[in-house]
Design a protein around this ligand. Structure first.
Ligand code: GAP
Length: 465
């Protein structure tokens, strides 16, 4: 299902213009698959992370947080299967050297490539269909044979000779740090199966075709939970976790009709069952978050490769086993894009067309903007400054005295500020019963109410926490 044309362009443009997201290394011409979060972007990103952390760590008795090092022993990626199995099929245009991801291009012409296909089988399939697949840059159909391209990013960490036989990789997925610390968490906390570990960590992939803004990037942050359960006691927990993750998006304001489930037909090498929460991105429905039933694959592999016993002993029954793992994993950039796109609205208010980000107040980068009604009245400015100082201590607040009030509202609407607070002559006591009151304007309805300064602060705090 395709959303209306041009929405992605509008979103990218707003994100740039208002300081949410910039192209990485822009002054050097930009670097593919890299983005920098600007002043409002980092606020939204941090609010998303905080909401996720609250859900998975703060309010949970059975969850523990973690932040593991990015660099890991190279054997980790052997054990996880990434050095051998983590690849995408690539072909190169012989005319202009543009690289395409063969499975994705086949998908676009309605041909499904099985993940388990060998290089030769995929090459054969591609040969049959490449007449329908023009090079995205020059339109040619003349490609090199298909080959598997490993997505891990190598580094020269610790390699002082330049002939390192065992390169250290950047993490291909963040969750490995959780598996490496399973035993540490069990030994140093009161964790008892079933329990979970949550982490937001960086991951890097040499994506052949980074695309669609924040959707597919080469550097990303993944918010992961790994829930450790007794073998074969995965089913109920898996269903509960799936439901909780879906509901979380809806609670934070994503329109339910823009979310749906999709089960994987082709399972990756470690999974027993896998579902995606798909979001209706401006480019159509696509994977937002993965929920995977990984069985005992990860701990068994790390036990084999490290020689460390990762068996869990039940403290009540003394039963020994390798726990099974239920994973949720979402890219923070992809999550950012989903919330940003979902909030993006063009509507009419007071006879004027406006662009407004209808973000949940919990997520909005700026929670309140404080204005003096007029810039050239020192007594108004002084009082508004006082109010601003009070707000600033409580929530992320912005000061604005530039242009007329209407313009200030439009600017705040565009970045999703849920409340605009105006200090006027009544605040100063022109109408005595209104002394020390302010007007509080609601972003979505444009309606204003007059509240005491203390009540206005309370109202904003309630809405954003
Ligand atoms: N640990 C499991 C794992 O990494 P995945 O399906 O490869 O599974 C999980 O990735 C999530 O990470 C995806 O659902 C998506 O949100 C995000 N993700 C994966 N590759 C990405 C990329 N190149 N750019 C942005 N986000 C990505």
């Amino acid at each position: 299902m395709q959303k209306s044309d041009g929405v992605m362009e509008k979103i990218v443009s707003l994100a740039k213009r208002r300081g949410f997201v910039y192209q990485g290394s822009e002054i050097y011409g930009g670097m593919a698959g890299m983005y920098d979060f600007g002043p409002y972007g980092v606020e939204l990103l941090n609010n998303l992370k905080a909401a996720w952390w609250k859900e998975h760590v703060q309010i949970r008795d059975d969850f523990f947080g973690l932040d593991s090092a990015m660099f890991k022993d190279p054997r980790v990626w052997e054990a996880s299967g990434h050095t051998s199995g983590f690849s995408d099929p690539l072909a190169e245009c012989k005319k202009c050297n543009t690289r395409i991801r063969v499975d994705k291009e086949l998908e676009k012409v309605g041909v499904k490539a099985d993940e388990k296909m060998s290089e030769a089988e995929l090459s054969k399939l591609f040969e049959e269909h490449k007449k329908n697949i023009p090079c995205p840059k020059c339109g040619s159909h003349d490609y090199t044979p298909v080959r598997a391209f490993n997505l891990l990013v190598k580094t020269n960490m610790g390699d002082f000779t330049g002939v390192n036989a065992e390169p250290v990789y950047l993490p291909g997925e963040a969750c490995q740090g959780i598996y490496l610390n399973f035993k540490n968490v069990v030994d140093t906390t009161r964790a008892k199966v079933p329990f979970g570990i949550a982490q937001i960590g960086k991951a890097f992939r040499n994506e052949i075709s980074p695309r669609n803004f924040l959707f597919r990037t080469r550097e990303m942050e993944q918010a992961d939970t790994q829930y450790f359960v007794k073998p074969n006691e995965n089913k109920d927990a898996y269903e509960r976790i799936k439901k909780d993750r879906f509901d979380w998006y809806v609670r934070l304001g994503i329109k339910p009709e823009n979310l749906r489930w999709k089960q994987h037909d082709n399972l990756v090498f470690y999974a027993k069952d896998a579902w995606d929460i798909e979001y209706n991105f401006p480019t159509g429905f696509d994977e937002l978050e993965g929920v995977h039933d990984r069985t005992d694959y990860d701990l068994t592999q790390h036990m084999k490769h490290s020689g460390t016993d990762l068996t869990y002993t039940d403290p009540y029954t003394a039963e020994k086993y390798i726990p099974w793992i239920l994973e949720t994993s979402v890219g923070m950039g992809r999550m950012f894009l989903a919330f940003f796109a979902d909030a993006y609205t063009e509507d009419e208010l007071g006879g004027e067309v406006r662009t407004v980000l209808k973000l949940s107040p919990k997520l909005a980068p700026i929670k309140a903007a404080v204005f003096p009604l007029l810039k050239n009245k020192p007594e108004l400015v002084e009082k508004a400054r006082e109010v601003y100082e009070l707000f600033k201590k409580e929530v992320r607040t912005e000061w604005d005295d530039n242009g007329n009030i209407g313009k200030r509202y439009r600017r705040q609407d565009e970045i999703g500020t849920p409340f605009c607070i105006t200090v006027d002559f009544d605040t100063l006591g022109e109408t005595p019963e209104h002394k020390d009151t302010v007007t509080v304007r609601n972003r979505d309805t444009g309606e204003q109410e007059r509240l005491s300064i203390a009540d206005a602060i309370w109202k904003v705090r309630q809405a954003v926490s």
